[in-house]
Design a protein around this ligand. Structure first.
Ligand SMILES: [Zn+2]
Length: 68
């Protein structure tokens, strides 16, 4: 048995198994995407689901930007 288990970073969105490119605090990510797999404090997301997350949180940011 290898002494170290290789950490596989795969998207933790249910049903998605694409390679993860980003990690986010679980609370934040679940607030937008719903329950995610795994149990760590951070969740890993693939590019597509990260985009989805960004899109959903972008609205708030755009409201701020509209004030100029
Ligand atoms: Zn994904």
């Amino acid at each position: 048995m290898p002494p170290q288990r290789k950490e596989e970073k795969v998207c933790q969105y249910p049903g998605c198994s694409k390679p993860a490119e980003r990690s986010l605090p679980r609370k934040k990510a679940e607030g937008v995407l719903g329950t995610l797999e795994g149990s760590g404090r951070r969740v890993h997301l693939c590019r597509d689901h990260y985009k989805k997350f960004r899109k959903a949180t972008k609205k708030e940011r755009e409201l701020e930007r509209l004030s100029w």
